[in-house]
Design a protein around this ligand. Structure first.
Ligand SMILES: Cc1cc2nc3c(=O)[nH]c(=O)nc-3n(C[C@H](O)[C@H](O)[C@H](O)COP(=O)(O)O)c2cc1C
Length: 171
C-alpha cells in the first residue's frame, strides 16, 4: 500500500516544522494527529512524527492503533540519528517499521506547566556537569546551550536518512 500522508504531534512547533518540510519535499499531505483522526480514514499508510518526551514518541501509541505506520520519527533535543534503539524499545516499535530521530530544539517561551518543570528538573544535573567541564565537545556544547537557553536546531539535513529510506521504498 502506498504512503498517503504525514501525521505529527508537536508541542512547541519543531515537529510540525519537520513534518511540513518533509511534506513539501515528498509531496504528501500533512496533518496533526488530532486533525487526522477527524478527517483521515483509519488504516491508511502514513509516516508518523512525534516529539520525544522521556524517550516516548508522543502520540505514537494512538497513531499505531489507527494507521499503518510506514516509518516513525522522534523529534528530540539529542542529536539527529541518536537514541534509535532506546526509542524503538520504549515505544515498542515493531521490527519492520524503521525509526528515525531528528534534533528539534527547546523553546522555553512556548513550554508550559509540567513539561517545562520536568525538562528543567531532568536537565539540571546534566547541564551542571557539562558547565563544569571546560573541554566540551561540539555535541556537548550544543546540548548545554539547548538545556540552559533553548534554541532551534531544525534543519533540512536532519531529514536525509528519512528521505533516503523513502526513495528506497519507491524502488
Ligand atoms: C518533558 C520533556 C521531556 C523530554 N524528553 C526528552 C528525551 O527523553 N530525549 C530527548 O532527546 N529530548 C527530550 N525532550 C526534548 C524534546 O523532545 C524537544 O524539545 C523537541 O524538539 C520538542 O518538539 P516540539 O517542538 O514539536 O514539541 C523533552 C522535552 C520535554 C519538554
Amino acid at each position: 500500500m502506498e504512503i498517503k500522508a504525514i501525521v505529527y504531534t508537536s508541542n512547541t512547533g519543531h515537529t510540525e516544522k519537520y513534518a511540513r518540510m518533509l511534506g513539501e519535499k515528498i509531496g504528501l499531505p500533512v496533518y496533526s494527529l488530532e486533525k487526522a483522526q477527524k478527517t483521515m480514514p483509519s488504516a491508511q499508510k502514513i509516516i508518523y512524527l512525534g516529539w520525544v518526551c522521556a524517550s516516548k514518541i508522543k502520540g505514537y501509541d494512538k497513531a499505531v492503533k489507527l494507521y499503518d505506520i510506514a516509518a516513525v520519527c522522534g523529534v528530540c533535543m539529542g542529536a539527529t540519528g541518536s537514541q534509535l534503539s532506546e526509542i524503538r524499545r520504549v515505544n515498542s516499535v515493531a521490527e519492520h517499521i524503521p525509526v528515525f530521530t531528528m534534533r528539534g530544539g527547546v523553546d522555553y517561551k512556548k513550554l508550559r506547566g509540567l513539561n517545562k518543570l520536568i525538562l528543567k528538573a531532568v536537565t539540571k544535573g546534566a547541564a551542571n556537569n557539562l558547565a563544569a567541564n571546560t573541554e566540551r565537545t561540539e555535541e556537548e556544547r550544543i546540548m548545554l546551550e539547548l538545556m540552559v537557553h533553548g534554541g532551534n536546531c531544525v534543519c533540512e539535513d536532519a531529514l536525509a536518512a528519512l528521505l533516503e529510506w523513502y526513495e528506497g521504498c519507491k524502488g
